[in-house]
Design a protein around this ligand. Structure first.
Ligand SMILES: [Zn+2]
Length: 460
């Protein structure tokens, strides 16, 4: 049981522009749900609740629902900021980094997953996916099992994708032969992870998504078979799409079609599908997205970092297309700073469309509610009785927020030099306490990550 006492500004639904902050209000969490909201709450005597009671002084904090990250590549934490590709665009960046990534082993997966999720949790995120599509031939462990262990250590709600690549250099693709799998292997393992890990409960801690890497790294047959397999189990689908003009050119050269046309033909489109990036869609393609109810996972920092372009988020939202937010992999961001990503989403649209392109509630809608919709967690997104106890608290009574408190919610996006939460609660468990992870030793994790990073880079 957790009692948040005396919140400075509690936003029960920050995506709603009419949502006014509740002042000096308490929130009581029981088990993994929000129990009550009100003034001067006292925790009830209840011997049936085994969780220890904790009271948090929230009198300095803006309190909002936990954020949802909808695209990532955790293993890339180990290859952030590589000098040789600091200034490269997507395809040469990929080709260079694959030579390092092919050295990923069990330890690298576990440590990078903890590091990435730790950073997300420290910036207010409580639910995330991961898109792992590299399966080096030497790797024999249960990769997704290692990731779920890491999520449990951090305490985060987790819906990883079973990624895949079946086309390597010898087939005209980009990755080395040693990290791609046969289509039979991919489909068998996809079925295994769904049966072993997927939990359809709205407040599940574990879900699974199927995610071929991109139209240029798998075959048509694998996309079609993956989509059919996912639908037979009722799990979601995800892939990279329309990230760069190079990708459009590649698809036109190889198949005579643009990427979205391929997705339509390959059954990889619809309400259960999300595409990472979606930067280069034309007007007709936006209409196809709207009609098919396909979602876009917007990655502003990565798109800026690789010079990929500015996604048409303002227009997508105007048309009623679901847009969620994502930090993308750590080799193209190179941070998992989720609140920072929200700030970039707000600002980047203004570069393309002007100062009124995107509002603060719209950013929260994208970062929380739409994320929950994309990852299929209907129990998330607002702070209300019965909803998931996934909550982020940001201390705004610090120097970097001084003078910004006329609108405490907007202060989180417009002001602030550090984006760290004071407290993050996920599924009724405190996972960040006074700015520090509770589930792992951060310093030890940092040193482990640096050691493995050096080893992988030396081997590449
Ligand atoms: Zn990506």
């Amino acid at each position: 049981m957790i009692l948040l006492k005396n919140c400075y500004a509690l936003y029960t639904d920050p995506a709603d522009p009419r949502c006014e902050p509740l002042r000096a209000t308490d929130v009581l969490v029981r088990g993994n749900r929000i129990d009550r909201i009100g003034r001067d709450l006292t925790p009830p005597e209840d011997a049936t609740d085994p969780a220890p009671q904790k009271t948090i002084d929230a009198s300095r904090c803006v309190v909002v629902p936990g954020f949802v990250n909808t695209h990532h590549h955790f293993y890339q934490v180990l290859t952030r900021n590589i000098p040789a590709v600091q200034n490269a665009k997507l395809f040469p960046w990929l080709v260079h980094l694959y030579e390092m990534w092919k050295n990923i082993d069990e330890q690298a997966v576990g440590v990078s997953s903890q590091a990435a999720m730790g950073e997300l949790a420290k910036t207010g995120c409580t639910c995330t996916t991961d898109h792992h599509y590299l399966y080096p031939h030497a790797f024999s462990a249960d990769l997704m099992g290692l990731q779920f262990e890491a999520a449990e250590a951090i305490g985060m709600r987790f819906s990883p994708t079973r990624g895949s690549m079946s086309l390597s250099k010898k087939d005209g693709g980009l990755p080395p032969d040693s990290v791609v799998q046969s289509e039979t292997q991919i489909l068998e393992d996809s079925r295994r992870v769904i049966e072993r890990y997927h939990d359809p409960d709205p407040l599940a801690m574990r879900k699974v998504i199927l995610a071929p890497c991109s139209p240029f790294s798998v075959s048509k047959d694998l996309m079609v078979e993956t989509a059919r397999l996912a639908r037979s189990y009722g799990v979601r689908l995800h892939t990279h799409l329309a990230e760069t003009e190079d990708e459009n050119a590649y698809c036109e050269r190889r198949y005579g079609k643009r990427p979205l046309q391929l997705m339509e033909e390959w059954e990889f489109i619809g309400e259960d599908v999300s595409y990472a990036h979606g930067v280069h869609f034309n007007d007709e393609e936006l209409e196809v997205l709207r009609q098919s109810k396909t979602a876009i996972c917007h990655c502003p920092c990565s798109n800026m970092r690789l010079g990929s372009g500015i996604a048409r988020v303002k227009e997508m939202l105007q048309r009623g297309i679901t847009v969620s937010l994502a930090v993308d992999g750590s080799a193209s961001n190179d941070a998992s700073d989720f609140l920072g990503e929200m700030r970039q989403a707000l600002l980047l649209q203004r570069v393309r469309y002007g100062a009124d392109a995107m509002t603060v509630p719209q950013v929260f809608a994208v970062a929380v509610k739409n994320g929950a919709r994309v990852l299929n967690f209907p129990g998330l997104g607002t702070i209300e009785p019965g909803k998931a106890a996934d909550i982020a608290l940001f201390d705004v009574h610090r120097l970097e927020y001084a003078g910004s408190l006329s609108d405490p919610l907007a202060a989180l996006l417009f002001a602030g030099i550090a984006h760290q939460s004071a407290w993050t609660i996920c599924n009724g468990r405190v996972i960040v306490e006074n700015g520090t992870l509770t589930g792992v030793d951060e310093q030890r994790l940092t040193e482990q990550a640096n050691r493995i990073s050096a080893r992988i880079q030396a081997a590449g």
